[in-house]
Write a protein that binds this ligand. Structure first.
Ligand code: SAM
Length: 352
């Protein structure tokens, strides 16, 4: 399956979220208040063609330069536009003319709605597999987001590599996508509906880890994950038991990250100063850092806080001068772990 199928599916087959046949391109999470408030300000025609599978709004983005890969009709771009403020900017890239037309038609409407003297959003037609062909500045972006798009792309390695090149040191790729619990057989990959519904191009989560690391993102961090329901019986039958999750990852571009979490006896204390995260800062799904509390961290988590835009919001205790071995209890979080845990729990329960 290729870009032609994406253009056909998102330009011609679908005319709005109600036409979707599965919940793969839907967002189930309830947005936090600041994101909800920003979402309500987005034009209804833009919102009607939203096909994202997660929330791609990381913390602390005021003033940030953001790139949105596969920006569609622009909902995330217009939410981010409000949260980065007038000093920040959002550039959206998409390949489907119909999606871009909706996004660009409402540029001026949003500028006025947000009360900005000059617009801070730009949409560019392009193929995210060939980001090298677009005139995007290297090492420039603070954050790259993408919402339910990379699964649609054939050459996923090229997207991760290009994103790494476009990010600043300390920047992050923060994106939601669909993952499978196994590799998808070739016959399913070629099914236009399964591809368009963001299922048959989904990466097996283990291959995602390898691709991300090969592109230079040494320590992918899972932020959220949820199982996808395939309500359409015909589609479920074709999928033959493959399980899917929608997951949000954050991949920091940090040269010093190590292959695994190492213990240097370090700790951080969150100051509670990030808007919308005053009580707890969630670095990922297993680092909920309460404000004011000493929080032991591995060397990689330290760098994700000390060498990024988050540095001013933390106090840092320790350094890298003494190594104490592998950081305890720092396993890799994977999208399907909760399913395995739930299954084990239900099996244990049924034995009693
Ligand atoms: C599931 S929709 C998500 C759109 C948007 N991110 C959202 O949340 O509404 C997938 C989008 O990816 C775009 N797309 C697919 N392949 C692409 C490619 N190779 N380059 C750029 N955009 C692509 C499609 O045109 C479509 O707008």
């Amino acid at each position: 399956m290729n870009i032609e199928n994406s253009r056909e599916y998102y330009g011609k087959v679908l005319s709005g979220s109600d036409d979707l046949r599965t919940d793969a391109c839907c967002t189930a999470e309830a947005p936090p208040p600041a994101i909800l408030a920003a979402m309500i300000n987005v034009h209804p025609q833009v919102r009607a063609r939203y096909y994202g599978c997660g929330l791609v709004v990381p913390q602390g983005i005021e003033g940030a330069q953001i790139l949105d890969l596969g920006s569609g009709s622009g909902q995330d771009a217009y939410i981010l536009s409000q949260l980065v403020g007038e000093q920040g900017s959002v550039t959206g890239v998409d390949t489907t003319p119909e999606q871009l037309a909706v996004a660009t038609e409402h540029l001026e409407w949003h500028r006025q709605k947000f009360g900005y003297a000059a617009g801070n959003v730009t949409f560019v037609e392009g193929d995210i597999e060939r980001l090298d062909l677009l005139d995007l500045p290297k090492g420039h972006f603070d954050v790259i987001v993408s919402n339910c798009v990379i699964n649609l792309v054939g050459d996923k390695a090229s997207v991760f590599a290009a994103a790494h090149g476009l990010l600043k040191e300390g920047g992050e790729l923060y994106f939601s996508d669909v993952y499978a619990d196994r590799r998808i057989p070739a016959n399913l990959q070629n099914d236009p509906v399964l591809h368009g519904e963001c299922l048959s191009g989904a990466l097996y989560w283990g291959d995602f880890q390898s691709l991300a690391k090969a592109a230079g993102f040494a320590d992918p961090r899972l932020v959220t994950s949820r199982p996808l329901g395939i309500g359409d019986p015909a589609i479920a039958a074709k999928l033959d038991g493959i399980a899917f999750h929608s997951a949000t990852y954050r991949l920091f571009k940090l040269a010093g990250l190590e292959a695994q979490c190492e213990d240097y006896g370090q700790a951080v204390r969150y100051k509670g100063t990030l808007a919308g995260s005053e009580r707890v800062f969630d670095l990922d799904d297993h680092h909920a850092i309460e404000a004011g509390r000493m929080f032991p961290v591995c060397g990689n988590s330290w760098r994700m806080l000390a060498d990024t835009r988050f540095a001013d919001h933390f106090e840092f205790f320790g350094d890298f001068s003494h190594h104490y071995g592998v950081f305890p209890d720092c396993g890799i979080a994977i999208p399907f772990a909760s399913d395995a845990a739930a299954q084990a729990a239900s099996q244990a329960a049924s034995c009693c």
